[in-house]
Ligand binder design. Structure first.
Ligand SMILES: *Cc1c(COP(=O)(O)O)cnc(C)c1O
Length: 380
Protein backbone atom coordinates (compact mmCIF):
# COMPACT_ATOMS: atom_id res chain seq x y z
CA UNK A 1 0.00 0.00 0.00
CA UNK A 2 1.28 3.40 -1.03
CA UNK A 3 0.59 4.95 2.35
CA UNK A 4 3.05 2.76 4.20
CA UNK A 5 5.89 4.55 2.48
CA UNK A 6 7.24 6.99 5.06
CA UNK A 7 9.35 8.74 2.45
CA UNK A 8 6.29 10.68 1.30
CA UNK A 9 6.81 14.42 1.06
CA UNK A 10 4.26 16.14 -1.14
CA UNK A 11 4.36 19.95 -1.05
CA UNK A 12 1.27 22.15 -1.48
CA UNK A 13 3.16 23.94 -4.19
CA UNK A 14 6.72 23.95 -5.51
CA UNK A 15 8.57 25.57 -8.39
CA UNK A 16 11.66 23.39 -8.01
CA UNK A 17 10.44 20.77 -10.52
CA UNK A 18 9.46 23.38 -13.11
CA UNK A 19 12.66 25.36 -12.65
CA UNK A 20 14.85 22.32 -13.16
CA UNK A 21 12.92 21.49 -16.35
CA UNK A 22 13.39 25.04 -17.65
CA UNK A 23 16.88 25.57 -16.25
CA UNK A 24 18.68 26.10 -19.52
CA UNK A 25 16.05 28.45 -20.94
CA UNK A 26 15.84 30.40 -17.67
CA UNK A 27 19.59 30.98 -17.67
CA UNK A 28 19.31 32.30 -21.22
CA UNK A 29 16.69 34.81 -20.00
CA UNK A 30 19.07 36.09 -17.34
CA UNK A 31 21.94 36.34 -19.82
CA UNK A 32 19.80 38.17 -22.36
CA UNK A 33 18.85 40.84 -19.81
CA UNK A 34 22.38 41.05 -18.42
CA UNK A 35 23.79 41.62 -21.90
CA UNK A 36 21.04 44.04 -22.85
CA UNK A 37 21.85 46.06 -19.72
CA UNK A 38 18.41 47.75 -19.56
CA UNK A 39 16.33 46.72 -16.59
CA UNK A 40 13.23 48.92 -16.54
CA UNK A 41 10.49 49.22 -19.20
CA UNK A 42 12.14 47.88 -22.32
CA UNK A 43 11.43 45.25 -24.99
CA UNK A 44 10.69 42.29 -22.69
CA UNK A 45 7.94 44.18 -20.87
CA UNK A 46 6.39 45.39 -24.15
CA UNK A 47 6.41 41.88 -25.60
CA UNK A 48 4.75 40.46 -22.47
CA UNK A 49 2.15 43.25 -22.42
CA UNK A 50 1.21 42.37 -26.01
CA UNK A 51 1.10 38.64 -25.31
CA UNK A 52 -0.99 38.87 -22.17
CA UNK A 53 -3.42 41.48 -23.56
CA UNK A 54 -3.93 39.41 -26.75
CA UNK A 55 -4.36 36.22 -24.74
CA UNK A 56 -6.93 37.94 -22.52
CA UNK A 57 -8.86 39.40 -25.47
CA UNK A 58 -8.12 42.96 -24.34
CA UNK A 59 -6.48 45.81 -26.29
CA UNK A 60 -3.89 47.05 -23.84
CA UNK A 61 -1.63 45.50 -21.25
CA UNK A 62 0.31 47.54 -18.70
CA UNK A 63 2.98 45.78 -16.64
CA UNK A 64 3.11 46.92 -13.00
CA UNK A 65 5.00 45.95 -9.85
CA UNK A 66 2.41 43.51 -8.41
CA UNK A 67 -1.17 42.31 -8.55
CA UNK A 68 -1.88 44.54 -5.56
CA UNK A 69 -0.65 47.58 -7.48
CA UNK A 70 -2.74 46.50 -10.48
CA UNK A 71 -5.84 46.84 -8.27
CA UNK A 72 -4.73 50.16 -6.72
CA UNK A 73 -3.88 51.75 -10.07
CA UNK A 74 -7.09 50.48 -11.66
CA UNK A 75 -9.21 52.09 -8.95
CA UNK A 76 -7.36 55.40 -9.28
CA UNK A 77 -7.58 55.32 -13.09
CA UNK A 78 -11.33 54.73 -12.76
CA UNK A 79 -11.59 57.83 -10.58
CA UNK A 80 -12.49 56.04 -7.36
CA UNK A 81 -11.47 57.65 -4.08
CA UNK A 82 -12.64 59.30 -0.85
CA UNK A 83 -16.31 58.92 -0.03
CA UNK A 84 -16.90 56.19 -2.61
CA UNK A 85 -18.08 52.66 -1.90
CA UNK A 86 -16.81 49.59 -3.73
CA UNK A 87 -18.51 46.20 -3.55
CA UNK A 88 -16.45 43.04 -3.19
CA UNK A 89 -16.25 39.67 -1.45
CA UNK A 90 -14.98 39.07 2.10
CA UNK A 91 -13.60 35.68 1.03
CA UNK A 92 -10.49 36.67 -0.91
CA UNK A 93 -6.87 37.62 -0.40
CA UNK A 94 -6.50 40.81 1.62
CA UNK A 95 -5.12 42.83 -1.33
CA UNK A 96 -8.58 43.04 -2.95
CA UNK A 97 -10.13 45.06 -0.12
CA UNK A 98 -6.88 46.81 0.81
CA UNK A 99 -6.80 48.46 -2.62
CA UNK A 100 -10.27 49.92 -2.01
CA UNK A 101 -9.24 51.27 1.39
CA UNK A 102 -5.91 52.62 0.20
CA UNK A 103 -7.54 54.92 -2.35
CA UNK A 104 -9.79 56.23 0.45
CA UNK A 105 -12.95 54.34 -0.53
CA UNK A 106 -14.97 51.95 1.63
CA UNK A 107 -15.14 48.23 0.94
CA UNK A 108 -18.73 46.98 1.05
CA UNK A 109 -18.83 43.22 1.40
CA UNK A 110 -21.31 40.82 -0.17
CA UNK A 111 -21.43 37.17 0.91
CA UNK A 112 -20.40 34.33 -1.40
CA UNK A 113 -22.11 31.55 -3.30
CA UNK A 114 -21.43 28.28 -1.40
CA UNK A 115 -20.98 26.37 -4.68
CA UNK A 116 -18.14 28.43 -6.17
CA UNK A 117 -17.01 30.52 -3.17
CA UNK A 118 -17.27 33.54 -5.50
CA UNK A 119 -19.36 36.66 -4.77
CA UNK A 120 -23.09 35.83 -4.76
CA UNK A 121 -24.37 37.94 -7.67
CA UNK A 122 -27.93 37.76 -6.29
CA UNK A 123 -26.93 39.69 -3.15
CA UNK A 124 -25.14 42.60 -4.82
CA UNK A 125 -27.99 44.96 -5.72
CA UNK A 126 -29.28 45.28 -2.16
CA UNK A 127 -25.88 46.72 -1.17
CA UNK A 128 -25.82 49.44 -3.81
CA UNK A 129 -26.19 53.01 -2.50
CA UNK A 130 -25.77 56.45 -4.06
CA UNK A 131 -22.09 56.21 -3.05
CA UNK A 132 -21.38 52.91 -4.81
CA UNK A 133 -18.93 53.44 -7.66
CA UNK A 134 -17.55 50.01 -8.54
CA UNK A 135 -17.61 46.26 -8.10
CA UNK A 136 -14.48 44.13 -7.76
CA UNK A 137 -15.39 40.52 -8.58
CA UNK A 138 -12.65 38.04 -7.67
CA UNK A 139 -12.24 34.90 -9.79
CA UNK A 140 -11.26 32.90 -6.73
CA UNK A 141 -9.09 29.78 -7.05
CA UNK A 142 -9.30 30.13 -10.86
CA UNK A 143 -13.09 29.82 -11.14
CA UNK A 144 -14.70 32.66 -13.13
CA UNK A 145 -17.40 34.81 -11.56
CA UNK A 146 -20.78 35.02 -13.36
CA UNK A 147 -19.72 38.02 -15.41
CA UNK A 148 -23.00 38.50 -17.32
CA UNK A 149 -24.80 39.20 -14.07
CA UNK A 150 -22.00 41.49 -12.83
CA UNK A 151 -21.92 43.49 -16.07
CA UNK A 152 -25.72 43.85 -16.11
CA UNK A 153 -25.79 45.17 -12.55
CA UNK A 154 -22.89 47.51 -13.35
CA UNK A 155 -24.57 48.86 -16.47
CA UNK A 156 -27.91 49.39 -14.76
CA UNK A 157 -26.31 51.23 -11.83
CA UNK A 158 -23.51 52.99 -13.73
CA UNK A 159 -20.71 51.23 -11.86
CA UNK A 160 -17.15 50.46 -12.84
CA UNK A 161 -15.99 46.85 -12.82
CA UNK A 162 -12.43 45.94 -11.89
CA UNK A 163 -11.80 42.22 -12.20
CA UNK A 164 -9.43 40.69 -9.68
CA UNK A 165 -8.10 37.93 -11.92
CA UNK A 166 -4.90 37.41 -9.91
CA UNK A 167 -5.64 33.68 -9.56
CA UNK A 168 -7.31 33.14 -12.90
CA UNK A 169 -5.17 33.87 -15.95
CA UNK A 170 -6.72 31.94 -18.86
CA UNK A 171 -10.03 31.21 -17.10
CA UNK A 172 -13.13 31.74 -19.24
CA UNK A 173 -16.69 32.78 -18.61
CA UNK A 174 -18.92 31.56 -21.47
CA UNK A 175 -15.89 31.18 -23.74
CA UNK A 176 -14.44 34.61 -23.04
CA UNK A 177 -11.33 35.22 -20.99
CA UNK A 178 -11.56 36.75 -17.54
CA UNK A 179 -10.07 40.23 -17.41
CA UNK A 180 -11.80 41.16 -20.69
CA UNK A 181 -15.22 41.99 -19.19
CA UNK A 182 -14.56 44.84 -16.78
CA UNK A 183 -13.04 48.29 -17.16
CA UNK A 184 -9.80 46.59 -16.19
CA UNK A 185 -8.59 43.08 -15.42
CA UNK A 186 -5.86 42.69 -12.79
CA UNK A 187 -3.28 39.90 -12.86
CA UNK A 188 -0.55 38.92 -10.43
CA UNK A 189 2.73 37.25 -11.35
CA UNK A 190 3.57 36.38 -7.74
CA UNK A 191 5.69 33.19 -7.95
CA UNK A 192 2.88 30.87 -6.82
CA UNK A 193 0.29 32.14 -9.32
CA UNK A 194 -0.50 30.17 -12.50
CA UNK A 195 1.94 32.39 -14.40
CA UNK A 196 4.59 33.26 -11.84
CA UNK A 197 7.75 35.36 -11.94
CA UNK A 198 10.85 35.09 -9.75
CA UNK A 199 9.56 37.84 -7.51
CA UNK A 200 6.67 40.30 -7.56
CA UNK A 201 4.97 41.44 -10.73
CA UNK A 202 1.55 42.22 -12.13
CA UNK A 203 -0.39 43.42 -15.14
CA UNK A 204 -3.52 45.37 -15.92
CA UNK A 205 -5.41 44.63 -19.13
CA UNK A 206 -8.08 46.92 -20.53
CA UNK A 207 -10.01 47.63 -23.72
CA UNK A 208 -10.22 51.35 -22.86
CA UNK A 209 -7.45 53.50 -24.36
CA UNK A 210 -8.04 56.34 -21.86
CA UNK A 211 -7.69 54.04 -18.85
CA UNK A 212 -4.57 52.49 -20.40
CA UNK A 213 -3.00 55.94 -20.85
CA UNK A 214 -3.80 56.92 -17.26
CA UNK A 215 -2.29 53.74 -15.84
CA UNK A 216 0.84 54.11 -17.97
CA UNK A 217 1.27 57.56 -16.46
CA UNK A 218 0.52 56.43 -12.91
CA UNK A 219 3.21 53.73 -12.98
CA UNK A 220 5.98 56.23 -13.78
CA UNK A 221 5.34 58.92 -11.14
CA UNK A 222 2.75 60.64 -13.31
CA UNK A 223 5.39 61.94 -15.69
CA UNK A 224 4.68 61.70 -19.42
CA UNK A 225 7.92 63.53 -20.11
CA UNK A 226 10.75 62.80 -17.75
CA UNK A 227 10.78 65.09 -14.68
CA UNK A 228 7.51 66.82 -15.67
CA UNK A 229 4.90 65.44 -13.28
CA UNK A 230 1.30 65.97 -14.36
CA UNK A 231 -0.43 63.81 -11.75
CA UNK A 232 0.56 62.15 -8.48
CA UNK A 233 1.74 58.70 -9.48
CA UNK A 234 3.71 55.75 -8.19
CA UNK A 235 6.83 53.79 -8.88
CA UNK A 236 5.16 50.63 -10.09
CA UNK A 237 6.85 48.84 -12.95
CA UNK A 238 7.27 45.26 -13.97
CA UNK A 239 11.01 44.86 -14.52
CA UNK A 240 12.74 43.46 -17.58
CA UNK A 241 14.19 40.43 -15.84
CA UNK A 242 10.79 39.33 -14.55
CA UNK A 243 9.20 40.03 -17.94
CA UNK A 244 11.82 37.96 -19.71
CA UNK A 245 11.15 34.99 -17.37
CA UNK A 246 7.41 35.47 -17.84
CA UNK A 247 7.76 35.56 -21.63
CA UNK A 248 9.48 32.20 -21.43
CA UNK A 249 6.88 30.71 -19.10
CA UNK A 250 4.02 32.16 -21.15
CA UNK A 251 4.84 29.60 -23.87
CA UNK A 252 3.66 26.89 -21.48
CA UNK A 253 0.63 28.53 -19.89
CA UNK A 254 -1.99 26.63 -21.90
CA UNK A 255 -0.17 23.33 -21.43
CA UNK A 256 0.14 23.94 -17.68
CA UNK A 257 -3.52 24.95 -17.42
CA UNK A 258 -4.56 21.76 -19.21
CA UNK A 259 -2.45 19.76 -16.78
CA UNK A 260 -4.07 21.50 -13.78
CA UNK A 261 -7.48 20.61 -15.22
CA UNK A 262 -6.38 17.01 -15.77
CA UNK A 263 -5.23 16.78 -12.15
CA UNK A 264 -8.52 18.26 -10.93
CA UNK A 265 -10.48 15.65 -12.89
CA UNK A 266 -8.25 12.93 -11.49
CA UNK A 267 -8.87 14.16 -7.92
CA UNK A 268 -12.63 14.31 -8.60
CA UNK A 269 -12.77 10.81 -10.09
CA UNK A 270 -10.70 9.21 -7.34
CA UNK A 271 -12.77 10.90 -4.63
CA UNK A 272 -15.97 9.70 -6.23
CA UNK A 273 -14.58 6.17 -6.48
CA UNK A 274 -13.20 5.91 -2.96
CA UNK A 275 -15.30 8.01 -0.64
CA UNK A 276 -19.05 8.40 -0.65
CA UNK A 277 -18.77 12.19 -0.69
CA UNK A 278 -22.46 12.45 0.24
CA UNK A 279 -21.95 10.33 3.36
CA UNK A 280 -18.81 12.12 4.51
CA UNK A 281 -19.98 15.54 3.39
CA UNK A 282 -16.87 16.65 1.66
CA UNK A 283 -17.55 19.21 -0.98
CA UNK A 284 -15.43 19.04 -4.13
CA UNK A 285 -14.65 22.09 -6.29
CA UNK A 286 -17.32 22.86 -8.87
CA UNK A 287 -16.91 23.88 -12.48
CA UNK A 288 -20.18 25.60 -13.41
CA UNK A 289 -21.53 25.15 -16.98
CA UNK A 290 -20.42 28.64 -17.95
CA UNK A 291 -16.90 28.16 -16.63
CA UNK A 292 -13.48 27.16 -17.85
CA UNK A 293 -11.79 26.75 -14.46
CA UNK A 294 -7.98 27.06 -14.33
CA UNK A 295 -7.60 25.45 -10.88
CA UNK A 296 -5.15 27.85 -9.30
CA UNK A 297 -6.24 25.84 -6.26
CA UNK A 298 -7.98 22.52 -5.89
CA UNK A 299 -10.05 23.25 -2.81
CA UNK A 300 -12.35 20.97 -0.84
CA UNK A 301 -14.67 21.82 2.06
CA UNK A 302 -15.32 19.70 5.14
CA UNK A 303 -16.40 20.33 8.73
CA UNK A 304 -13.44 18.20 9.88
CA UNK A 305 -10.95 20.42 8.11
CA UNK A 306 -8.36 20.87 10.87
CA UNK A 307 -8.29 17.15 11.79
CA UNK A 308 -8.01 16.24 8.10
CA UNK A 309 -5.14 18.69 7.63
CA UNK A 310 -3.26 17.18 10.60
CA UNK A 311 -3.94 13.67 9.31
CA UNK A 312 -2.45 14.60 5.91
CA UNK A 313 0.53 16.22 7.61
CA UNK A 314 1.25 13.01 9.50
CA UNK A 315 1.51 11.27 6.12
CA UNK A 316 3.94 13.89 4.75
CA UNK A 317 1.29 15.64 2.65
CA UNK A 318 1.06 19.43 2.81
CA UNK A 319 -2.18 21.36 2.38
CA UNK A 320 -3.12 25.01 2.86
CA UNK A 321 -6.04 27.04 4.18
CA UNK A 322 -7.01 29.86 1.82
CA UNK A 323 -8.28 31.84 3.75
CA UNK A 324 -8.59 31.34 7.51
CA UNK A 325 -10.15 34.73 8.39
CA UNK A 326 -12.77 36.53 6.28
CA UNK A 327 -11.94 40.15 5.55
CA UNK A 328 -14.89 41.61 7.49
CA UNK A 329 -13.48 40.06 10.70
CA UNK A 330 -9.90 41.26 10.18
CA UNK A 331 -8.61 43.59 12.88
CA UNK A 332 -7.72 46.25 10.31
CA UNK A 333 -11.42 46.40 9.35
CA UNK A 334 -12.84 46.59 12.89
CA UNK A 335 -13.85 50.19 12.13
CA UNK A 336 -16.33 48.90 9.56
CA UNK A 337 -18.30 47.50 12.52
CA UNK A 338 -18.89 43.99 11.25
CA UNK A 339 -19.62 41.00 13.48
CA UNK A 340 -19.42 37.24 13.38
CA UNK A 341 -22.50 36.07 11.49
CA UNK A 342 -22.65 38.99 9.05
CA UNK A 343 -21.46 36.84 6.13
CA UNK A 344 -22.16 33.25 7.23
CA UNK A 345 -21.26 31.51 3.97
CA UNK A 346 -17.84 33.18 3.92
CA UNK A 347 -17.30 32.40 7.59
CA UNK A 348 -18.13 28.72 7.06
CA UNK A 349 -15.75 28.61 4.12
CA UNK A 350 -12.94 30.07 6.25
CA UNK A 351 -13.51 27.33 8.84
CA UNK A 352 -13.92 24.46 6.41
CA UNK A 353 -11.91 24.89 3.19
CA UNK A 354 -8.67 23.09 2.49
CA UNK A 355 -6.56 23.44 -0.64
CA UNK A 356 -4.81 20.26 -1.69
CA UNK A 357 -1.50 20.13 -3.57
CA UNK A 358 -1.95 21.58 -7.07
CA UNK A 359 0.74 22.50 -9.59
CA UNK A 360 1.32 21.24 -13.15
CA UNK A 361 4.29 19.05 -12.18
CA UNK A 362 2.32 17.14 -9.52
CA UNK A 363 2.20 13.48 -10.63
CA UNK A 364 -0.85 11.24 -10.98
CA UNK A 365 0.72 8.91 -8.43
CA UNK A 366 0.96 11.74 -5.92
CA UNK A 367 -2.72 12.56 -6.41
CA UNK A 368 -3.51 8.88 -5.76
CA UNK A 369 -1.49 8.97 -2.54
CA UNK A 370 -3.27 12.14 -1.40
CA UNK A 371 -6.73 10.70 -2.10
CA UNK A 372 -5.75 7.44 -0.35
CA UNK A 373 -4.71 9.42 2.71
CA UNK A 374 -7.99 11.37 2.71
CA UNK A 375 -9.95 8.14 2.22
CA UNK A 376 -8.20 6.59 5.21
CA UNK A 377 -9.22 9.62 7.28
CA UNK A 378 -12.90 9.39 6.40
CA UNK A 379 -13.10 5.60 6.76
CA UNK A 380 -11.19 5.31 10.05
C1 LIG B 1 -2.23 37.25 -5.25
C2 LIG B 1 -3.48 38.01 -5.20
C3 LIG B 1 -3.51 39.42 -5.24
C4 LIG B 1 -2.28 40.27 -5.12
O1 LIG B 1 -1.28 39.99 -5.99
P1 LIG B 1 0.25 40.34 -5.59
O2 LIG B 1 0.97 40.20 -6.88
O3 LIG B 1 0.67 39.34 -4.57
O4 LIG B 1 0.29 41.72 -5.07
C5 LIG B 1 -4.73 40.05 -5.29
N1 LIG B 1 -5.88 39.35 -5.27
C6 LIG B 1 -5.89 38.01 -5.22
C7 LIG B 1 -7.20 37.30 -5.23
C8 LIG B 1 -4.70 37.30 -5.16
O5 LIG B 1 -4.73 35.97 -5.08
Amino acid sequence: MLLQNNQINIPSFTLVRQNSMLEKELLECFLQVVNQGIFILNENVKVLEDKVSNFCQANYGIGVASGSDALDLSLIACGIGHGDEVITTPFTFFATAAAISRVGAKPVFVDIDPKTWNIDVNLIEEKITSKTKAIIPVHLFGCPVEMDAIMQIAKKNNLRVIEDAAQAIGAQYCGEKVGSFGDTGCFSFFPTKNLGAFGDGGMIVTKDSKIAEKIKLLRIHGAKNKYCHDVLGFNSRLDELQASILNLKFKYIELWTQRRRELAILYNNLFQEHIRTDRFSIKLPQEPDYAYHVYHQYTIQTKQRDELQNHLKSYGIASTVYYPIPLHLQKVYSSLGHHQGDFPVSEDACNEVLSLPMFPELTNEEVEIIVDAITSFFTR
